[in-house]
Design a binder for this molecule. Sequence first.
Ligand code: ADP
Ligand code: MG
Length: 690
Amino acid sequence: MDKLVRLVPYVWQQRGRLLVSVILAVAISLLWAGALLIVFPVVKVMLEGKSLNAYITGELQTVRANVERETTRKQLLESELASQRQAEGLPASTSWSWGGSRPSPKLARMQSDLLDCVSDLNHALGMEWRLSWLQSRVLPHLSPDRFTTLAQLMGLLLLLTGVKCIACYFQETLVSAVVERTMQTLRERLFRSTLKLDHQTLALETTPQLLSRFTFDLHQLAIGLSLLGNKAVIEPMKAATCIICAFGLNWRLTALSFACAPLAVLLFGHLGKTLKRASRRQMESMSRVYRALIEPLQSFPSVLAFRNERLHRRRLAKENQDYYNKAMRIVRIDALSSPSVEFLAMIGVFVGSLPGAYLVLRQETSIWGVQLAEYQMKPSELLMLYTLLAGVLDPARRIASIFSKVKKSSAAAERVFGWMDRTSLLTSARETVPLPRHRESIEFDHVTFCYVAGESGERPPALEDVTLTIPFGATVAVVGGNGSGKSTLASLLPRLFDPQNGYVRIDGVDISRVDPRELRRQIGIVTQDTLLFDTTIEENIRYGFPLATAEQLMDAARRAHVMKLVQQLPDGLQTGVGDRGHRLSGGQRQRVALARAILRDPAILILDEATSAVDAQSEQLIHGALGDLAHGRTTLIVTHAMTSTLLEHISHVLVMDQGRIAAFGPHESVLKTCPAYQRIYDAQIRRRVA
Ligand code: ADP
Ligand code: MG
C-alpha cells in the first residue's frame, strides 16, 4: 500500500484550509478554461470576418431550422413506426420493451433511426437554448463593431486572468500552510515515536541516519505533499476541462487522439517503480553523507590527533560522489518523463488534428468510410479543437513531472513511516503493575541477554544465566574485566533492555510488567560516558529532578563534590557546560552527572564506572561519602578499580566473568574463593599497600 495514504490523518487536521484550497483550485481551473474558451469567439471574429452578433444570430437560425427539421422527422418516424408495429401485430404503443417476440429487422432499424433522431433533436435543442441565452444575455452588452468586440473579449480575458492570479496566490499560500503544519506535526510525532523506542533499536540506527530522516526525507515528503495539494489538483482539472470541451466539439476525433493513452499509462507505471526505488537509494545515500559529515565532527579531537583529515575528506568525497550518481539517476528518469509525455500528447494532437484538417479541407465527414464528424467542420472549429488538444499538452507535461515528484515523496513516506512504525524491543505488558518504592530486594532470575545482531552479525550472549539476589540497602561493587557484562547487567534494571530469558524482579515484582517510566523514576544512573546538555551546571543537575529546592540542589552538588569545582568557576553554578558538556573535563562532567543522579534521591543508584575519570582525591572523597549516600537505597557501583576507601563502604562484591557470575558475597568470602577477584584485588590494593 502506498505509504502516502498515511498522511491523510495528518492532513485531515487541516481540513478547513484544505477545503478552501480545493475550492480555489477548482475556481482556478475553471477560470483557466474560461480564458481558453474566449479564444473561440476571438477566432470567429478574426477569421470568419463576422461580428459576433451576426455569427450568433446566423447560428441560431441554422439551429432553429435543425430543430424544426428534426421535429418533423421525429413525427414522421414515429407514425411510420406505429404502422409498422401494427403490421407486425405488436401493440401500437411506443413502449420500448423488447420482450416477447423479436421485432423484425426492419422494425429494429426504424426504432434505432428514431433513437438517433431523438438524440439529434436533443442536441439541437440544447444548442438552441445556449445560443438564445447568449443572444439575450450576452450580446446586448457587446458592441456590434468587430474591433470593440475584440477589445471587450480581450478585456474579459485580462479580468479572468487577474482573478485567476489572485486565486493562485491564496491557493498556494494555503497549501503551503497545510504542508508546513503537516510537517510540523509529523516531525513531532516522529520524535515522539523515536523516544518511545528502546536503547538497542536506537543504537542500530545511527544518529546521522536518524537526522537525515528528520530533515532530508521529511523535506522530500513535503515537496510531494505540496504538489499534491496544488498542481496535482489544478493540472488534471485543466486537462479535463480541455478534454471535455474537445469531446463536445468532436468526440470522434478527440477519442482518436487518445489512442496513445494506454502507452502513456504503461510507460508511467514502469517509470514510477524505477523512480521510487531510485529515490529510496538516494535517501539512503544522503544518510551516509550525513554520517560522513557528523562522525568526524563529533570526534574532532581524534581526527586532528590522528591527522586523519584526509581520510574523512575522502570518505565524504566518496559518499558525495555516490549521492551524485544516485541523484543523477533520478534526474535522468525525471527528465525523461516530461518530454516523453509531451511527445505522446503531441502524437495525440497530431492523430486528432490531421484527419480533422483532411475533413475540413476536403469538405468531408468521413475517411475511408469511417464517419469522423457529424457535420462538415469549419476551419475555426478545427482550430478550436487543435487549441483544446494542445491545451492538454502543458498540463500533461506538468502532471508527468508532478507524478515523478510524488513518487519520490512516496518513497520518503515509506522511510518516515517505516521508522515511525518501529516497535520497541521492550515487551510491553498488557496490564502494568504498580511498583512501590523499592525496599526489599533486587533479583536476577536465570537472566540471559544477547544484543540484537546488527550489521556485524550474531554475538555471544552478553549475560548468560545470571541468578542473583541483592538485598535492599546493599552497596555492591561490581567488578570484572572489560566486556564481562557489568554495564549490561546494570542496564537491565532501568529496562534499557529486556532479557531474552529469565526475569528481573524488584521486591518480587517482575519489572517487565512495570511501566518503564515508573520504574525509572526509582533509579538514578550515572554511566561512564554520561553526557551533559548544553546549558548551565545548575540546569544539568536539575535535569534529574526539576522541582528540587535550592537546598536539595546544593546538597546534591556538595555530595558529588561539584561545589569545589563550582567555586573555581567565575559564574558558579550558572556556568555553561558547552556542547555535550565538553567545556568541562571528563571528571568534572562525571561529578555533575553524579549530582544529577543524587538529586533524584533514587531507591536504586547505579554508578557505572561513574568515577573513572574523577581524580584520585575526589574519587576517594566521593567513595568516602558513599556510606552516607548509600543510606536508604540499594547501590550498584561498577568499577574496574577497587580502592581501600571503596572497600570500607561496600557490603557485597559481585565478580563478573564473560557474562557469568564468578562470585557474589561479602568481600572476605569472595576474596577467599574467587581467583579472578584475588587477581583484581592484588593488582589494586596489595600493591598499593606494599
Ligand atoms: P563491561 O563489563 O565492560 O561493562 P558490557 O556489558 O558493556 O561490558 O558488554 C558486554 C558484551 O556485550 C561485550 O562483549 C560487548 O562487546 C557487548 N556489547 C555491549 N554493548 C553492545 C551493544 N550496544 N551492541 C552489541 N553488543 C554490545
Ligand atoms: Mg561497562
